[in-house]
Design a protein around this ligand. Sequence first.
Ligand SMILES: [Zn+2]
Length: 504
Amino acid sequence: MTEFFISTPIYYVNDAPHLGHAYSMINADAFARWHRGLGDEVYFLTGTDEHGQKVADSAARNDMSVQAWTDTYAERFKAAWEALRIDYDDFIRTTEERHTKAVQKFLQAIYDRGYIYKGMYRGTYCVSCEAYYTANDAPDGNCPVHKRPLIEMEEENYFFRLSAFQEALIEWYDRDPDAVFPDFRRNEAYSFIKGGLEDISISRTSIDWGIPLPWDERHVCYVWFDALINYVTATGYAEDFERFSRLWRHSHHLIGKDIIRFHCVWWPAMLMAAGLEPPSKLLVHGWLLVKGEKMAKSGGNGVDPIELVGTYGTDAVRYYLLREHALGADGDFSLEALEHRYNVELANNIGNLLSRVTNVVARSLGGVAPAYTGRAIAAERIEPHVARAQDGWNGFATAQALEEVQAMVRLANAVLEERAPWKAADPAEAAEPLGDALEILRLVAVLVAPVLTEASAKILAAIGIDPASVKGSYTEALGVGQYAGGASISKAAPLFPRLEATGA
Ligand SMILES: [Zn+2]
């Protein structure tokens, strides 16, 4: 059995779940579902980042205890993920006891190995990011993310000797060129490392909403340092090291490009400092832009994923986000594009193929499904699409996987147009293109299962296949030519009713 560990960033509790978060989650969920479908042992981790000054301030402003405040927000994220049908295995909150334990063990290991020292830190700081920015990062004195003035800060800190890991990081990047995907994000991290690394401050004495350093409890761990460690907490670093080691070899961190430096530079160095291996893969997605700006609540352009799901359905929202843009690149989000994909690819292509085929089988063949023969659509015409779609899923290229699905559906629809089984005088003549189209529907249902979780099950049920029968055996199920026929079929209800123009 192969393990597949995939994580998302843990989300800052001060935020409301927005579409940018949803984009990470849907990608990770689809990869997790694909690997479960292959029969892998999947561990899909998400959660919330609950420490730091901003959280404590917000709780105080709202007259709540910090714990009660974070409880409320963690629930909001869970509710959003439920609406998007995100099937995670674990939801970690950084205020949990298991996390405190792991962070302290991890920090102590780095400390004992001589990579943490005490010093004085002065710098310009963004309260919203909880990060210092150098003059290089913020030449105009404003936070590059929040566009607000940075403030001067000075405090006694413990420092992590990041500078000691420049060579080791370069060696790792050279030895494992696929560790960061896609390539251009890898190059970004690589050139940052090549440019020279400065030690980083990892503790604060000015705040107390955080995890105390085990050797000096006046200091709490800097929120970013603590947050990164969640990935080893949840896999069992402090409590079940055997499980941790097994999963860690198959770790995939899905992140947004804005946190490359934390994940592709700090985090592997932190792991090395603690005597552990770097993550096996970092998957970096771009930003969803609304009219050219990053999607974020604080930017005022946040699109509420729950509202979208209410309008278009969960499957359609998931589909659009994975289909429209390749993982890695920035992409524009627009309702027009979503509606276009919905109407053309879901309603007209996939939906229409299913209703057409089931309708004609019900009408002309007495509702008995014909088997695949390959006489209307030869296996050799289908197989390359299936292979490329599988490659897409295995290689984190969701847009490619879904494009191949569309190509298969177009092929089936074109053959049906040409052979027009609804006009055939002889049922045997109608059976050939219908049986072959049914096989394409079967393959399509498996290939879209990670995205269209509802529609996939509906397609399989409509053509007489128990959706549970393919789970865990996608590789076998994707062999072309297995549709046996004989099932009793009735006209399927529309999968994706066409959207009326909303003028969006
Ligand atoms: Zn900022």
